[in-house]
Design a protein around this ligand. Structure first.
Ligand code: HSE
Length: 409
């Protein structure tokens, strides 16, 4: 029997307990040993839980219990998760987590501590919810140089955009629905402003390129400025709008990394990934494109990945899973203004399309009813040059109502 503790009994934590209890026989058959939930840490009371007697409000009861070999951190946030996880690792306990904020902020340090203590620190659930992506990248794709990763990495924003595209639903109503369904972060600003997706592409980039990529070093835009009008113009051009986390290895070895809404061609494998589903494309130099698809948020999908990591730690109580990247200082990342892509612009003002042509050169355009508004798509250009040309366009009297990158996906 292996004793484990679960820190946090929210959406994911309660799912982890539920799977460990309802899938006890299945997990026993796989591991050959029983996984016993010895403690659950939460400040709230859960008198109706079948394991109500194992709840504690005191972290010291977990850290001081030598029988507990594996701890699942599913509290979310940095405090107190960072301190608790570090202490568990230093006490010789393996830790698994779904906490992308923690891994994106402190992954390099926590992996190093796990190495020093000869225990495991696993975080499959931190990216893509129930989709296996960390282990496949770390093991199955290890023979590849990864040229690019692009993904829809946030279930909440993908749910919102899908409801806007398919049902014409307003942004706020779709967000409320995502919150009610348990997809959104405690503070949904992390979802809609792109920070959650940014943390996830940082984790994948760190894993792929061996150096920690900190979220502060990554240009991040959310979806709060996306309107139904943009969604409709995008459709007419043959695109859907998705929040994309993307990292590309450039010649010379630096990486181009960004999180932003993008127009995705309807022919792309990422275009039909809807609702709370996530999709991640990994382009290896040997495999070419490999695409991972599944539920990126929600109680049981995310808990499934946490439980898989618990089982892996139980298998490897005396051995290390090789997951590692070194600390990074951002020197391997190019300035986002040096990144190149085509741009979609929604404009108003008299002769806005002619003015856009004069400034940007060849553009594809659609003029709205009555001719007062239009949308154009430019050729690919350096983002810094785009910003300068956008100012020129404004100086000529055109109003830019929105500007969205066109993804080469
Ligand atoms: N809020 C996150 C999402 C949860 O919507 O994708 C899963 O990480």
């Amino acid at each position: 029997m292996v004793s484990v503790a679960i820190m946090g009994h929210g959406v994911v934590g309660s799912g982890v307990a539920e799977i460990l209890l309802t899938h006890k026989q299945k997990l026993f058959a796989s591991l050959g040993e029983e996984i016993h939930i010895k403690k659950v840490l939460d400040l709230r009371e859960f008198p109706d839980s079948p394991i109500a007697d194992r709840f504690t409000k005191d972290f010291e009861e977990i850290i001081n219990d030598r029988e507990i070999r594996v701890v699942a951190e599913v509290m979310g946030g940095l405090n107190p998760a960072y301190d608790f996880v570090k202490r568990c690792l230093k006490a010789g306990k393996s830790v698994v987590t779904s906490n992308k904020e923690l891994v994106a902020a402190h992954g390099a340090e926590l992996l190093e501590i796990a190495g020093e203590e000869n225990v495991n620190f696993l975080f499959e659930a931190s990216v893509g919810g129930g989709i296996p992506i960390i282990r496949p990248m770390n093991q199955c794709l290890v023979a590849n140089n990864v040229n690019e990763i692009a993904g829809i990495l946030n279930g909440t924003t993908n749910f919102i955009l899908t409801k806007m595209i398919e049902d014409g639903m307003q942004f706020e109503d779709a967000l409320k629905l995502a919150q009610d369904l348990g997809f959104a972060e405690r503070n949904p600003a992390a979802d809609i402003e792109g920070h959650d997706a940014c943390r996830k592409i940082c984790i994948l980039a760190s894993l792929a390129y061996g150096k920690h990529v900190y979220p502060d070093a990554v240009h991040t835009e959310g979806i709060t400025g996306i309107t139904l009008e943009d969604v409709k113009y995008a459709e007419k051009f043959g695109y859907v709008i998705k929040l994309i986390g993307k990292v590309k290895k450039l010649e010379g070895g630096k990486i181009d990394i960004i999180t932003a809404p993008m127009l995705v061609p309807t022919t792309s494998q990422l275009a039909n990934i809807d609702n709370e589903f996530n999709g991640i494309m990994v382009r290896g130099d040997c495999t070419d494109d490999v695409v991972f698809y599944g539920k990126g948020a929600g109680k049981l999908p995310t808990a499934s990945a946490v439980v898989a990591d618990i089982v892996d730690c139980c298998y490897h109580l005396k051995a290390r899973r090789h997951v590692f990247w070194a600390d990074g200082n951002g020197e391997n990342i190019i300035d986002y203004k040096d990144s190149e892509c085509a741009m979609y612009l929604r404009v108003s003002g008299s002769d806005a399309v002619s003015k856009a042509k004069a400034v940007f050169g060849e553009v594809t355009s659609i003029t709205g009813k009555g001719g007062a508004r239009a949308a154009v798509i430019t050729q690919s250009l350096r983002y810094g040059d785009f910003l300068e040309k956008a100012e020129e366009l404004k100086a000529q009297g055109a109003e830019i109502l929105s500007a969205i990158r066109v993804g080469d996906l």
